[in-house]
Design a protein around this ligand. Structure first.
Ligand code: SF4
Length: 596
């Protein structure tokens, strides 16, 4: 199929879906139209299931899913909840009322839904393989050859992404490291010392331009970010992972981690005087029962003793409270830490403590050791988890002494200590990262990874390649997070449908030990909504710009009644257009429309 985003329009929709519009046209008012459409959807599902034997099992499944979504989208409650009515839009289209607000992305969504409902999902090829009439060993051999061929395709897809362990990348980066060292006047010994990197964090466009090639829009964005006093900082080590030839796109994910897009800078600058109110998406202020503590679940609490990082991720959830990279004063006072520890002591339900921040490994060994010791002395704390990105941004921070010290708090059968890191892309996996992880593992510490599934790491098999490589390094994939619905980080967002597609069509093809992660969407105030279970959410509307509106049900919905959360996704068509702009073929992603 040739992909052409402009083919979704009101006129094409009217031509392709006459029957739907005729139902609306015949209705006396909007509620009658709503009811008639609801019956039509249910009847079509029945017909596909019982009266039209030509449909495959797959088409029946798609029809079932589309019927479910359409019924929710047509509901009066949905209109009231989101302030937009798909039924009204269909009513207007049936009567040729001008609706300039309805975008191509809106028609693309509706068109896919109605085609799916009718057992003709668009863009999905029917199975053309000839099933051999064999059984037993012969059948197994036929299947085995088929599986070989599938795996070849998977490897070919993953090989598109150059890892930091690839010999070419290592050679190139060795040169880059020498360039950066020379530009910054660092000796080899200094380069190996994490403190030197912390003292020399790159915090403005001129210093960044001195160590790598910056495109004009990147220079402007960094300049504006610095001017607006937004948190910005890159470790010299991480800067050495950037290419001098950004046009090749090999370091796209790396740059996107730290160089903000102009839209982000403008969004943040607009609310510079009230960041906590504007950007605290997770409502941390409402889930903090004591200073430095966050609690969203029964048995785990977050402890945040150190409120900064050696390097700032653009999409950081805590962009509203982190002032700058390694900001002086980021360490909480001894008295505040003691109060937070007291809160944990007084709450025996807390069996696990996530020490995060900021990045706790960016503290000196002494302060970290004192906190870990006090946590280890609390009898009900069974697991201490340390959230850190330093193995990626500052791997030399993971010294043998640090690994030994952290590992010393493990007491098998009594208490475990583990680390959760945050690798985004295979290009971040370098020999230095591997060595840092190995130092931790040798001390009996498990290392997990949390991936934020941003636009920049969302191409076909891009995150599958990462899972595969991480597992070889002894890092277990833990969570794949949908980027948060923060307006200022819109450029990083990916439709939930893409995450589901990735899980089903890419991650699913890897052996089980390499796909141990769970896809989740973090809901303000409520915490993780597990996306793998479709009953945890519903699509309740399609807005004029083509974005889906989801109702996320709280994680404890089966235990107590709690309010759900309504959140707007990013339009699928917009996402596909962005992929096309970086050289992807959107046709390769066409089944995305049928994930909800
Ligand atoms: S490492 Fe975590 S806390 Fe630090 S800037 Fe990145 S996302 Fe934020």
């Amino acid at each position: 199929m040739i992909w052409n985003s402009s083919r979704w329009s009101a006129s094409v929709f009217k031509k392709d879906h006459r029957r739907v519009l005729a139902i609306v046209q015949d209705a006396a008012d909007l509620d009658v139209a709503r009811k008639a459409l609801y019956h039509y959807v249910t009847e079509r599902q029945y017909e596909i299931y019982f009266d039209e034997p030509e449909h495959s099992g797959f088409e029946m499944t798609v029809a079932r899913d589309c019927a479910r979504v359409l019924r929710a989208v047509l509901a009066r409650n949905s209109d009231a909840g989101v302030g937009f009515s798909v039924t009204q839009a269909l009513w207007d289209l049936a009567r040729d009322v001008e609706r300039p607000d309805l975008s191509q992305a809106f028609f693309a969504e509706l068109s896919h839904l109605f085609r799916g409902l009718n057992g003709t999902p668009e863009g999905i090829e029917p199975d053309s393989s000839i099933q051999a009439a064999v059984s037993g060993r012969e059948a197994a051999q036929v299947r085995s050859r088929e599986l070989d061929s599938i795996w070849e395709d998977i490897e070919e897809a993953m090989d598109r992404y150059e890892s930091g362990l690839d010999p070419d990348a290592m050679k190139r980066r060795d040169m880059r490291r020498r360039q950066v060292q020379e530009a910054m006047g660092a000796t080899d010994q200094e380069w190996r010392d994490w403190r030197w990197h912390v003292r020399n964090i790159i915090e403005d466009q001129d210093r960044l331009a001195a160590v790598t090639t910056l495109r004009e829009y990147e220079r402007v964005a960094v300049e504006q970010a610095v001017h607006a006093k937004l948190p910005f900082g890159i470790t010299p080590y991480y800067a050495s992972l950037m290419d001098d030839e950004p046009e090749f796109g090999r370091d796209r994910a790396i740059r996107a981690q730290v160089i903000p897009p102009v839209s982000y800078v403008q969004g943040m600058a607009e609310h510079a005087d009230r960041r906590a109110g504007a950007f605290d998406f997770m409502l941390e202020a409402d889930t903090s029962p004591a200073d430095l503590i966050t609690r969203r679940y029964p048995a785990i609490a977050i402890l945040k003793p150190f409120n900064t990082c050696p390097q700032i991720c653009v999409y950081c959830q805590r962009n509203w409270e982190i002032e700058r990279a390694m900001a002086p004063g980021a360490m909480a006072s001894k008295a505040d830490i003691e109060k937070a520890l007291n809160w944990i002591r007084e709450h025996p339900a807390i069996r696990e403590v996530l020490v995060t921040g900021g990045d706790p490994l960016a503290m000196g060994d002494g302060p970290l050791e004192r906190i870990l010791k006090k946590l280890a002395d609390i009898p009900h704390v069974e697991i201490i988890r340390i959230g850190t990105r330093t193995p990626v941004t500052l791997p030399m921070r993971v010294t043998p002494d640090l690994a030994r010290m952290i590992g010393s708090f493990r007491e098998p059968g009594v208490r475990d200590v583990c680390l959760v890191t945050h690798v985004e892309h295979v290009s971040e996996v370098t020999p230095e990262f591997v060595a840092a992880v190995d130092r931790l593992k040798r001390r009996g510490l498990s290392v997990y990874n949390q991936l934020v599934f941003t636009f920049h790491v969302s191409r076909r098999f891009e995150s599958a390649a990462l899972r595969q490589l991480l597992r070889k390094c002894g890092v277990e994939p833990y969570y794949t997070f949908a980027p948060k619905g923060k307006d200022e980080t819109e450029d990083y967002r990916v439709p939930i449908a893409r995450i589901m597609q990735e899980q089903q069509e890419e991650a699913r093809l890897l052996p089980g030990m390499r796909r141990t992660d769970a896809p989740v969407f973090n809901v303000p105030g409520l915490g993780k909504n597990h996306l793998r279970a479709a009953q945890n959410r519903d699509v309740i509307s399609i807005l004029a710009d083509g974005s889906r509106v989801y109702e996320f049900h709280p994680w404890e919905k089966n235990i107590v009644e709690r309010d759900s959360y309504i959140g707007q996704d990013v339009p699928i068509l917009t996402y596909l257009e962005r992929l096309a702009a970086i050289g992807e073929d959107p046709a390769e992603y066409s089944s995305i429309w049928y994930y909800y």
